[in-house]
Design a protein around this ligand. Structure first.
Ligand code: MN
Length: 747
């Protein structure tokens, strides 16, 4: 070719040698098409990167070849991914375009390269912390398209870490930091266990070189002794397994430096103590006909015939694999010199899943139809990625939270598994199920025992959330939860709560003032704020709504400017988890038609001295009229209700004036009817609106479709007509809905 050639023979030989070592050690990929694809990808990449060198001085193509090797030999991916790895820097760093790739190869490879290229492009933008988060988010978004993009990206990062030495110092730190912060946990979450360890160790080496060197030399010194003990321990086991006809490997498990360092830190113990924990791994080829699980337990029993097991150290990851798909049986036994030895038992398949994770997991997927925890995680991540949080930093936090495999698995009352981060509380669980269950939670039954919401859950717990319509989130709750999901929901609910409370306080005050024929102006408000000892209007309004400020003496306050009385009364609340429940038994007010009977909602049913009429079911905000029954309780009707009309004409002396003292405590049943033109997804759209409407709780839904016309009724618990009107408005905006109205007649 006409290009000037900057590569000498040494360079060319090096390239050829690296490429040969890739193709001569391929895992699978043995058919001619695979070979041809890989060769074509190499030729294209080699030509594109010709004369380019890495920072280290070696020909650039060495890097893509190395990434391709990792992709195949360490992650276990096939020919297409190898080709994509070989080509991964071509579009970004050379004149080649995606169209060229698509033409020369195929759309699927082009789309892999596209995923990898977008990432690289975003990476070159100036870096601020949120920029970095944004970049990572963009990269993760490709996860919802094709998992292989992430796997190739991890391979790319691994090779960059292996060759990090040639980078300038400040870049080393940045790359090593990013690696420990994101890539290592990501690799771990995808089950790429050995890659995760290597990424951690490499990052550790660059970030804390002195400690790293010190530990490395300690490890070297104790290695001989270590293997001597392991060998002594292994001999009798090798004997037994061999005579039982097993084909197996037994190894002393080398510990990564970083994991030793982490343990030294967290347990505050010296190197020797960590290193003294001996560990052995047995990987066996299962014999046919017997399940792998049974064989693991057989081997377990052969080991415990020789060595005494430590009963509390048995870990069965076979019956219930770890969330990242890990399966194995772990036990700790008393070794020959009175030392504890941890033994891991895995089948060949389990070992491959443990070492190669995701890819191996898919390779064996045909074996089993059940959805593994990894599948579930990937689903969850996909949902998260498809609806990413606006703020990239929050997104990253949530993602990281979801990455760590330090998870606990708890059960719902019906036996489904829910995974939560370690340290999660019953309240986290409630929000994990649904934000409305969280918002209405008052307590939890954990393993049938009633416990507070801030109880920390343990793996295996069965959790049932007790809810109440009168419950609402409190500020304290924020310190009880660990998941972003719960935190966000609580913040949202508190925000809505405050706005609603202030609005209601305004309404209550204005109503009271208008009774007194006082116009609410700045002077009046100032007077009230002084009298009730509050510093701002919001505090005044929410105090009124909460009942902390009693408006009964409003008249006197407005008359007597000097008086500075603070009158508080205790508000009965079901939800005061820590507070004393000071019951304010309602004093039956004299029935007097001149002042309306106040319908407080914050009373227990026992103390409740009024009833909602079954015939018209008024809810707070409705115009209402009261009827004093011969038994003494007051029955609340709508003035338009036929029964009420009949009563007022027949028993006018029993009619009492009533009005709502509005509190968002108790819900009321209302029914709406909906009609429209049926389409796919209509019911779903409606129920979505209802379930996201915070102050509404659907109890019954009844739909029918005849000849494309859709009709139905929905029964719901609402707090106030405003909530109901709001809901009706929202539903009427749904495509296809022709009419929505409140049903007045319940019969
Ligand atoms: Mn690269």
């Amino acid at each position: 070719m006409g290009k000037k050639d900057f590569f000498d023979d040494e360079d060319k030989n090096r390239i050829q040698a690296e490429y040969d070592s890739l193709v001569n050690n391929l895992l699978r990929c043995n058919n001619p098409e695979d070979r041809e694809l890989i060769e074509r990808a190499f030729n294209t990449a080699n030509e594109a990167h010709w004369n380019m060198r890495r920072k280290s001085g070696e020909p650039y193509i060495i890097h893509p070849i190395a990434v391709a090797k990792i992709v195949n030999q360490e992650i276990g991916l096939g020919a297409r991914s190898i080709a994509a790895a070989l080509l991964h820097d071509v579009v970004e760093d050379t004149d080649y375009t995606l169209e060229d790739i698509e033409r020369k190869f195929n759309p699927r490879i082009a789309s892999l390269i596209d995923g990898l290229t977008k990432i690289s492009v975003t990476y070159n933008k100036p870096s601020s912390s949120s920029m970095q988060a944004e970049n990572f988010r963009k990269m993760l978004l490709t996860l919802s398209d094709d998992m292989r993009v992430i796997l190739i990206k991890i391979a790319d990062r691994l090779h960059n870490m292996r060759t990090l030495n040639s980078m300038p110092e400040h870049k080393k730190m940045k790359i090593a930091g990013e690696t420990i912060f994101l890539y290592a946990p990501l690799a771990q979450r995808l089950g790429l266990f050995s890659i995760k360890s290597e990424l951690e160790d490499l990052s550790f080496k660059f970030r804390q070189p002195q400690i790293y060197e010190e530990l490395a030399s300690l490890l070297k010194h104790s290695e001989k002794k270590y293997y001597a003990v392991i060998n002594k321990f292994s001999l009798p086991i090798i004997d037994k397994l061999t005579s039982a006809g097993y084909n197996f490997d037994i190894n002393g498990r080398p510990k990564s430096l970083y994991s030793i360092w982490k343990k030294m830190q967290s347990k505050a113990v010296p190197f020797e103590e960590i290193y003294d924990v001996l560990a052995v791994r047995i990987v066996f080829d299962p014999v046919p006909e017997i399940s792998e699980k049974t064989q693991c337990w057989n081997i377990y029993s052969m080991i415990t015939d020789t060595y005494l097991p430590k009963p509390d150290r048995l870990r069965d990851w076979i019956s219930r694999p770890k969330p990242n798909g890990y399966e194995a049986l772990h036990l700790t036994v008393m070794g020959p010199d009175g030392k504890w030895v941890e033994v891991q038992i895995r089948s060949r398949r389990m070992d491959e899943v443990a070492e190669r994770g995701y890819a191996a997991h898919w390779k064996y997927k045909g074996d089993t139809s059940r959805e593994t925890e990894l599948d579930k995680w990937i689903k969850k991540i996909r949902v998260m990625l498809e609806n990413p949080l606006e703020d990239p930093i929050e997104f990253l936090d949530e993602f990281k939270m979801n990455l760590f495999s330090s998870e606990i698995m708890v059960f719902t009352p019906k036996g489904s598994l829910v995974s939560l981060p370690k340290g999660a509380s019953a309240l986290d669980f409630a929000y994990e199920i649904h934000s409305e269950i969280g918002n209405k939670a008052i307590g939890a039954k954990i393993n049938y025992k009633l416990l507070p919401l801030n109880t920390t859950l343990m793996s295996g717990d069965q959790v049932e959330i007790i809810t109440s319509d009168i419950a609402r989130p409190e500020k304290d709750w924020l310190s009880w939860v660990r998941t972003t999901r719960a935190k966000e929901s609580i913040k949202d609910a508190l925000k809505t709560e405050t706005i609603n409370r202030i609005q209601k306080g305004i309404e209550m005050l204005e109503a009271k003032l208008s009774e007194l024929e006082v116009i609410p102006n700045a002077e009046v408000l100032k007077k009230l704020m002084t009298a009730y000892n509050v510093s701002n209007k919001d505090e005044l309004y929410s105090g009124i709504e909460l009942g902390l400020i009693n408006l009964d003496n409003l008249k006197r306050i407005l008359r007597k400017t000097e008086s500075r009385s603070i009158i508080k009364y205790w508000n009965f609340k079901f939800i005061g988890t820590k507070k004393e429940t000071e019951t304010a038994v309602q004093v039956p007010e004299k029935i007097d038609n001149s002042t309306p009977f106040l319908l407080r909602e914050d009373v227990t049913s026992a103390a409740q001295s009024y009833e909602i009429a079954d015939c018209c079911k008024p809810i707070p905000g409705d115009d209402v009229t009261g009827y004093r029954s011969p038994e003494g309780s007051i029955i609340i009707h709508k003035p338009t209700c036929p029964t009420a009309i009949r009563l007022s004409s027949n028993e006018g002396n029993r009619i009492v004036a009533v009005k709502w003292a509005i509190h968002k405590f108790v819900s009321f049943l209302a029914r709406i009817s909906v009609a429209g033109i049926d389409r796919i997804g209509l019911v779903n759209d409606i129920s979505n609106i209802i379930s996201y409407e915070l102050s509404v709780n659907m109890t019954n839904i009844n739909f029918s479709v005849t000849k494309g016309i859709f009709e139905g009724t929905i029964d719901l618990y609402v707090h106030h007509t405003k909530d109901l009107n709001n809901l009706i408005l929202k539903i009427s905006n749904v495509k296809g809905i022709e009419s929505v109205k409140r049903v007045e007649d319940f019969s």
